[in-house]
Design a protein around this ligand. Structure first.
Ligand SMILES: *Cc1c(COP(=O)(O)O)cnc(C)c1O
Length: 404
């Protein structure tokens, strides 16, 4: 089928909640994607960082195939032989005593919110139904009703009330605002270490550490959403490590499934995890053996292939190269590791048209928040491939670029 026909089918039979670029991808390998006409594109989005290991990693293809023939689902009514080894490895790598696997990012955030509330009632002694969770303006934690209730974005929430109560929204990057918002009923502070969807917003250095200290002084849990920033993306296993912060609760997702399978997890030490008791939470597919086998391999690939080190080294290099590109349109280049945002000036006319122009030159990026272009290629990328993007990006950022 032609590109046009395939797009028409999507438009006719699909919900109109996305505005994808008109490139119809048919296959992918490593950092490259190929459309139905065989045209090759460099993937600089990585499925919003779900593809840190690159597309169709051969080790994941193998594990998925083998496990698919062996055992795919038991539900947690019974045990399976893949869960234990996976969560043991996750513990080794994350430093947390325990983990609770779920399916999507939003679901893991919901789980963390339940954990914080339960902890507040059972351990902290907050009066039932009074627990509060502090979140940041511009956050993105997912799309379920409770999670959008914590959002500050009208588009995500305004038409979907009534909302879940119990959230307080404070400005991002200001530790004082968090201190001021804490009350005796505060169960947790929930933050992204870098706001990805918010436009690759990097908070001032020291923010996460200050917030953690404030939380510790006030007997409040610090919960961090590393769904996009975790698993090597920023040049550390967790972005919080850049400030030597170890939150009480960390949530991961996306790259945990290596782009093959949806899996997320809530990480915490036993002291916190064990407030959740028998029957209080669950998921039919959470922790299924297919997910666990894939996630274990996805984690091992990150370690074996030195992807964290690669993200650190190439991220710094690439940012330096991007900064050098002369352009009247660019306001700022920022980020950490291979999570990089190019913020464009108001006068540039929105990031989307630059994304479209890059698509025509074989580079796929996504605008994050109107004026920011996000560059987040798979962490397996090499220097030469990054170098080759500089010329097309330079072209697109020229003052004279006319985009139709
Ligand atoms: C993608 C994302 C989520 C939501 O994950 P889903 O799997 O889409 O539900 C939550 N938080 C952050 C920071 C994300 O980037």
């Amino acid at each position: 089928m032609s590109t046009e026909d395939l797009i028409r089918l999507e438009e006719q039979y699909g919900a109109q909640i996305y505005h994808p670029m008109d490139v119809v991808v048919e296959r992918a390998q490593g950092v490259w994607m190929y459309d139905v006409d065989g045209k090759k594109y460099l993937d600089c989005l990585s499925g919003y960082s779900a593809l840190n290991q690159g597309h169709c990693h051969p080790r994941l293809v193998k594990v998925m195939n083998e496990q698919a023939k062996q055992l795919t689902l038991t539900s947690r009514a019974f045990r399976n032989d893949k869960l234990g080894p996976f969560i043991q490895r996750l513990s080794e790598l994350s430093g947390y005593g325990k983990s609770l696997p779920m399916n999507s990012g939003a679901e893991a955030i919901e789980t963390a919110i339940k954990l914080a509330r339960k902890w507040a009632y059972k351990v902290k002694g907050v009066q039932r139904n009074k627990a509060e969770i502090i979140v940041a303006e511009g956050n993105f934690h997912g799309r379920t009703i409770t999670v959008i209730s914590a959002s500050s974005e009208p588009l995500y929430k305004d038409m979907f009330g009534p909302h879940t109560p119990g959230f307080k929204i404070v400005p991002y990057g200001e530790a004082d605002a968090i201190a001021a918002a804490i009350t005796p009923n505060t169960a947790a502070v929930l933050l992204e270490p870098i706001q990805g969807e918010g436009g690759v917003i990097v908070p001032p250095h020291g923010y996460l550490q200050q917030v953690h200290s404030i939380c510790q002084e006030s007997n409040v849990l610090f919960m961090v959403d590393e769904i996009q920033t975790g698993l090597g993306r920023t040049g550390k296993f967790f972005a919080c490590e850049h400030e030597d912060v170890r939150p009480e609760v960390t949530v991961i997702g996306k790259a945990l499934g290596g782009g093959f399978y949806p899996i997320s997890a809530v990480l915490a030490d036993a002291e916190y995890m064990d407030v959740m008791e028998y029957g209080e939470h669950g998921s039919t597919f959470g922790g299924n053996p297919l997910a666990c086998a894939i996630a274990l391999e996805a984690l091992n690939i990150i370690v074996d292939e030195g992807l964290i080190e690669n993200a650190a080294k190439l991220g710094e290099y690439y940012q330096e190269r991007l900064v050098e590109i002369p352009s009247p349109h660019v306001q700022e280049v920022r980020g950490r590791g291979l999570l990089i945002g190019i913020e464009l000036k108001e006068s540039a006319g929105g990031a989307r048209r630059f994304g479209e122009a890059l698509k025509d030159r074989g580079i796929l990026v996504k605008d994050a928040h109107e004026n920011v272009l996000r560059f987040a290629p798979p962490l397996i990328i090499d220097r030469e491939t990054l170098d080759a993007t500089i010329m097309p990006i330079t072209e697109v950022f020229k003052p004279t670029l006319v985009i139709v």
